[in-house]
Ligand binder design. Structure first.
Ligand code: FAD
Length: 318
């Protein structure tokens, strides 16, 4: 079922969902299942599975020459979505990115997802890989998420890349897109970022999931600006409980976000990581309660490979 249908059916009740990472190469899917299992009691209508593109490594040969090699550390988003769907009878939302994909490869991935009965995709551009300074699309790939959204929307009309449009081949994906309460880091201003977000919705995105934030005022202001700009689709806040002291610097570095002073001070004062985790969980519960009272359709939690803190947050709410 589509994410938007789950929201409609909930009839104003806030739903609980979360995002998982594919296990690292060599790990067993059972590890992932064990992480998901404790969260199933909160009846998530859908679970997102992230996509991790390849990185380049350089291998030195005995003659001194360097060979550029491609490595993927977390492969298998499509297969993992199918496995989770079958194991838990829950809808899954694969993340689909522009980076590393030609349009043809994207089409093939979408055909596979359609065969597997997966009804949703979260369409993203992806970040630059470490060896690139800025995002580089494939020669025949998409530069921005809006173009990827356009390709999925075309497929929903039966318009494949190299064939005559045919309704009988139409897919019916519900397309999600990313939004940034604190602005995407490459955007020169909030207004520019919002204009591009509106464009993504106009091209076919049916709901927005936000980057994580730790100050609800950031979300409320973002939502207000979206509505003023004529964006009417559901906006789902993305949340994450802080679980270690190191995340005070790691999260802003990785996700270009700000942490409120009150939270930073409380985590700093915590004597160890176990105490910092308690601070992070309590902060996240309070954030979640306020967002629920505000009437958000879904609370979406970033697990980043670990579910215990999210289970504690969900247990306090659902
Ligand atoms: P876009 O919407 O394409 O925007 C990228 C930048 O370009 C922005 O600054 C925007 O303002 C600007 N822009 C947009 N459209 C245009 C245009 N037409 N012309 C000029 N400028 C434009 N990354 C992964 O690799 N895998 C994942 O699984 C993943 N999951 C994510 C889930 C969520 C909920 C979020 C919020 C992010 C996720 N990311 C993931 C990270 C995301 O890929 C990066 O933040 C990336 O840098 C931007 O992706 P986007 O889809 O927002 O890009």
């Amino acid at each position: 079922m589509k994410v938007t249908d789950h929201i409609t059916r909930a009839d104003g009740r806030t739903l609980f969902s979360f995002e998982v990472l594919p296990p690292k190469k060599g790990e067993n899917i059972q590890t992932l299942f064990s992480n998901i299992e404790p969260l199933m009691e909160f009846k998530p209508p859908f679970i997102d599975v992230t996509y991790h593109r390849e990185e380049y490594v350089y291998r030195q040969h005995p003659n001194g020459l360097l060979e550029k090699k491609t490595v993927r550390r977390r492969p298998g988003t499509v297969g993992i979505c199918a496995a989770i769907k079958n194991r838990f009878d829950v809808d899954t939302v694969p993340h689909l990115i522009c980076g590393g994909f030609t349009k043809e490869e994207t089409e093939n991935a979408l055909i596979d997802l359609h065969f597997l009965g997966i009804d949703n995709v979260l369409a993203l551009r992806g970040d630059p890989i470490k060896s690139e300074g800025r995002f580089q699309p494939e020669p025949d790939g998409h530069s921005y998420a809006c173009d990827l959204i356009g390709q999925v929307a075309d497929l929903n009309k039966g318009a494949y890349l190299d064939e005559e449009q045919d309704d009988t081949w139409a897919t019916d994906f519900c397309i999600g897109t990313a939004g940034y309460p604190e602005k995407h880091f490459e955007s020169p201003s909030h207004a520019t970022d919002l204009r591009y977000l509106k464009h993504k919705v106009d091209r076919g995105a049916e709901y927005i999931v936000t980057q994580m934030f730790f100050d609800n005022e950031q979300f409320f202001s973002f939502e207000r600006r979206c509505r003023e700009a004529g964006i009417t689709v559901p906006i789902i806040p993305g949340l994450k409980p802080i679980t270690t002291k190191a995340q005070l610097t790691a999260l802003p570095r990785a996700f270009y976000l700000n942490l409120p002073d009150e939270l930073v001070d409380a985590v700093h004062l915590a004597p160890d990581n176990a105490a910092a985790r308690e601070v992070g969980i309590e902060w996240c519960i309070n954030q979640s309660k306020e967002l629920m009272a505000h009437g958000v359709p879904v609370l979406h939690y970033y697990s980043m490979g670990k579910s215990e803190s999210i289970r504690r947050v969900a247990a306090a709410l659902f």
